[in-house]
Design a protein around this ligand. Structure first.
Ligand code: FPP
Length: 268
């Protein structure tokens, strides 16, 4: 059972030591719905786009925290397949923001050994944005630090559907047999199949819903909701979420007693 050790920036740096003591569990893979940019701007009588700009600063900071904490993977929901329904002006300003953010951030991310990947239907974007996406992926592909996944024009139902399509194609081609199709097989065909399933799901902005993000992958993920608006989600708020996660008992269908016993055995 995890104790109530309080996480601080200093303890994060010492994560291996803490883990071997059996005191803390760090998420290997964190996924985030960065919600609340619009409300942050509205509170300040600013246009919604100002909220998205402030959101980029928050994103930069959380990525840096993940690098410091040696988190293996961070997946961010930057634009959902449903976000096209927003006012045209907001969509186009978000597209410009993605381009300018990639322009300004990628070299710094590369220096931090971050590997970038985009998930979703990128073909719907302008050629310019698609080029920036490919350049970022190509430049950082050999990096071995934080795996940063950015979901753009992504929807969880689309992801499950594209996995099904790809399995059906393999069955039709005779590469797979219908009786081989099971949950593990679907797992191997959804996005991020090469990474551990998300351990921690964070949603800022006060809503308590999944909004079609990684619906297959988060079957056993711990869900953390905070009222903080994304531009206000600072290092301290992030550490609070990690601390909250460290106190979860993850049972994966087992009883609490079974989990306690196996933890004692694995640390003795
Ligand atoms: C949701 O807040 C936020 C978005 C749809 C955009 C998120 C994008 C960023 C934070 C920029 C990050 C950039 C990169 C390249 C990763 P909302 O507008 O729905 O807020 P509201 O619920 O208060 O209206």
């Amino acid at each position: 059972m995890l104790n109530s050790y309080k996480l601080t920036a200093a303890t994060l740096i010492n994560k291996d030591e803490m883990n071997s003591a059996g005191k803390l569990t760090y998420p290997e893979h964190i996924v985030v719905v960065m919600d609340g940019n619009g409300r942050w701007a509205k509170k300040r009588m600013l246009p919604r786009t100002a909220g998205h700009h402030a959101g980029v600063k928050s994103t930069r900071n959380i990525v840096e925290e993940c690098v410091k904490a040696e988190i293996r993977a961070l997946t961010l929901f930057a634009f959902s397949s449903e976000n096209w329904q927003r006012p045209e002006q907001e969509v186009s300003s978000l597209m410009s923001l993605f381009i300018s953010t990639l322009q300004s951030e990628v070299s710094s991310l590369h220096k931090q050994n971050v590997r970038m990947r985009f998930i979703g239907e990128c073909s719907a974007f302008s050629e310019k944005l698609q080029d920036k996406i490919h350049q970022a992926e190509e430049l950082t592909q050999l990096n071995t630090g934080l795996q940063l996944n950015i979901a753009v024009n992504y929807g969880g139902r689309w992801d499950v559907a594209q996995a099904c399509k790809s399995i059906v194609e393999k069955v039709q081609a005779g590469v797979l047999q219908i009786q081989d199709v099971n949950a593990e097989m679907v797992d191997q065909h959804v996005c991020l199949s090469d990474l551990p399933a998300p351990d921690l799901f964070i949603r800022t902005g006060g809503e308590q819903r999944i909004s079609n993000f990684l619906i297959w992958q988060i079957a056993y993920t711990e869900l953390y909701f905070t009222d903080a608006l994304w531009p206000d989600f600072n290092s301290e708020a992030f550490l609070t979420a990690l601390n909250w996660f460290a106190l979860r008992q993850r049972r994966f269908g087992k009883t609490g007693e079974q989990v306690d016993t196996s933890n004692v055995a694995s640390h003795s």
